[in-house]
Design a protein. Structure first.
Length: 255
């Protein structure tokens, strides 16, 4: 008997050790995955919403009305829409320079000056980076979700809800602080954004002569920022409600 215990005891210890190690590794992998999901989700939602807003029609129509751009620019709504459409195509095509042309008093003219065109080269690079981040983080989230469902099965829904709570707390805190600063002094925030995003001063334009600023004044970007924040909050709520609903359905199916 003593000999049997001597043989069995180390075997049991090794088995328990492997089980504990496997459990801890699985738990660590799950925690790491949830952390990555929580970090990537707000990046995806914000960059996706920036991409959506940039390529929308309604934002520009609202901006023309909100800032009375038809009167301040002397351009018709058709010209304004044409200029905006050409900018949106420029962000997606391979052209190096923007050549936005509109019909003005019977003549086709270039809408922007050389300085504005050079600034748009930098803006295009920035926007294409945003589009790339949206696709990259979206793909990473899809991979994480697939891995989570494959390895953790039903437990993946609870893990997703926990990760969503982490992400919502962090993103909510950021949006609140960002919103306070934007309301207090959006001009300062907008200027700092340009200092951080561009390596030159081509963004410093004349708001009374340059159509880029006449068409898209600071108020336009304030409103766009507000819409992006609201859409991000709505996305979080929709994802959380969907995940919570799926968890409830799974729990009912067990009973």
């Amino acid at each position: 008997m003593a000999r049997m215990l001597t043989v069995m005891f180390p075997t049991i210890i090794r088995h328990k050790t492997r089980s504990v190690t496997k459990f801890l590794s699985r738990k660590k992998a799950g925690t790491t995955g949830m952390g990555l999901f929580a970090l990537l989700l707000p990046v995806f939602l914000i960059t996706f919403n920036v991409s959506y807003i940039t390529n929308s029609e309604w934002l520009y129509a609202y901006g023309w009305w909100r800032n009375d751009v038809e009167n301040t620019s002397g351009l018709t709504v058709e010209n304004l829409n044409s200029g905006a459409d050409q900018i949106k195509r420029y962000f997606r095509n391979d052209a190096e320079f923007l050549d936005a042309r509109v019909s003005l008093r019977g003549n086709e003219v270039s809408l922007y000056t050389d300085r504005e065109v050079l600034h748009m080269v930098d803006v295009k690079a920035l926007m294409q980076s945003v589009f790339g981040f949206a696709w990259g983080t979206g793909s990473a989230l899809l991979v994480l979700t697939t891995i989570g469902v494959f390895f953790f099965k039903r437990e993946s829904i609870s893990m997703a809800l926990k990760s969503l709570r982490w992400s919502a707390i962090g993103t909510g805190t950021f949006l609140i602080l960002f919103g306070i600063v934007a309301v207090v002094d959006f001009g300062w925030l907008f200027t700092q954004f340009h200092f951080l995003s561009f390596a030159n001063d081509l963004w410093i334009l004349n708001p009374h002569e340059d159509y880029l600023l006449i068409m898209f004044p600071q108020q336009f970007f304030f409103d766009a920022t507000l819409f992006i924040g609201l859409l991000t909050v709505m996305d979080f709520c929709l994802i959380y409600v969907t995940a919570h609903y799926m968890k409830g359905r799974l729990e009912k199916s067990r009973n």
